[in-house]
Ligand binder design. Structure first.
Ligand SMILES: [Zn+2]
Length: 347
């Protein structure tokens, strides 16, 4: 039996949704993670500090007093976001970062930004006050192939923002391509990227394996094996620009298994087990703590968590629960369909 101990991880990209789903999924994240950056794409979205405060209270209501988990709130940028309101909400610590969704890119992103030039004054202010910008990095042009949208975004939008505002702290969220890892390696120190467990674990074949698998459908969509391998190399390299953001994105089973199934993978439950297995497979367990617990905190100028978690490697693979109950419906729990021997026990 093998045991490792690491600093308690942070998840720098979660979707808690609201209402019954929120109540079901928050306990899954707070069990292993010290902090999480909470995405603002609710209906209606979190548009200002007051929305964020209300949403934070809804999350905190679900968390037992004994748990020190800290949600870090975000605001949803639109072409109408007011610079003065954003600055005030940030200075008062009502929000931690702002999220840029290109309009129509993913779940509930129809309020997002169509024309980047319209939000440049807001981004300039964020650069001045040191507020992080989180980016869903895909163009939404229907002419662009769904597998190429991230690369196109990097070439046409991200590179523009980075060169206009070299001091802006940027996180390119849930990167999925070799091109993204290369761009990040060459970019300035202010630009980092999150990587999800599902993009590290699977390539796009998983979606089409003997039939269509809606529970492996997410955005950005899973890519070819060459890209997955590049992501694994980046995550296990120790390069401080790469860190964990799970993009755990719960949808009810009935909304995934439908004529037009929702994009998103709910992976909070076994995230750390799966990551430990992936790093173990690469003989890189020594880099797991950097990826899950150190690199991201440093990017955001946060202190490292004081608590630790223990991971134990069992003799036999762990058995995954299939679903999480939400009233009469369920959420499918991410299972990468390979043997996972690592179990988490908080110490
Ligand atoms: Zn997301």
């Amino acid at each position: 039996m093998k045991i490792i101990e690491i600093i308690k991880p942070d998840d720098f990209h979660v979707h808690f949704r609201d209402g019954n789903i929120l109540m079901a999924v928050v306990p899954e994240t707070i069990r292993h993670f010290g902090r999480a950056i909470v995405m603002p794409n609710l209906i209606p979205p979190i548009l200002n500090g007051f929305d964020a405060k209300r949403y934070k209270d809804e999350i905190l209501d679900v968390i037992p007093k004994s748990n020190k988990f800290k949600p870090l709130m975000t605001l949803y940028l639109t072409e109408n976001t007011r610079t003065d309101e954003l600055e005030e909400a940030y200075q008062q610590e009502m929000i931690f970062a702002a999220k840029l969704y290109p309009a129509g890119a993913t779940t509930n992103s129809e309020f997002g930004v169509g024309d980047i030039s319209k939000i440049m004054p807001v981004l300039e202010k964020m650069s001045d006050i040191g507020m992080p910008l989180l980016i869903h990095g895909e163009v939404i042009d229907k002419e662009i192939d769904v597998f190429d949208r991230e690369k196109k975004f990097i070439d046409t939008v991200l590179d523009f923002i980075c060169s206009e505002l070299p001091n802006l702290k940027i996180t390119l969220e849930h990167i999925t391509t070799k091109e993204a890892t290369t761009y990040l390696q060459d970019s300035s120190i202010n630009v980092s990227a999150t990587i999800t467990p599902h993009h590290l674990a699977l390539n796009r074949n998983a979606i089409f394996n003997g039939g269509i698998s809606p529970h492996y459908y997410c955005l950005p969509i899973l890519k070819r094996e060459v890209h997955r391998k590049a992501l694994v190399r980046a995550a296990t390299s120790g390069n401080p620009k790469f860190f964990l953001g799970t993009d755990t994105a719960p949808h009810l089973k009935s909304d995934k298994e439908s004529e037009c199934g929702c994009a998103g993978i709910f992976n909070a439950t076994y995230c750390m087990s799966i990551l430990a297995q992936l790093f173990d497979n690469e003989n890189s367990l020594s880099q797991l703590e950097n990826f899950t617990s150190i690199n991201g905190a440093k990017h955001y100028n946060l202190k490292l968590n004081k608590e630790k978690i223990k991971l134990t490697k069992s003799e036999t693979p762990i058995t995954f629960e299939k679903t999480l109950k939400v009233n009469k419906d369920h959420i499918n729990i991410f299972n990468p369909n390979f043997d996972v021997y690592w179990k988490v026990s908080t110490s």
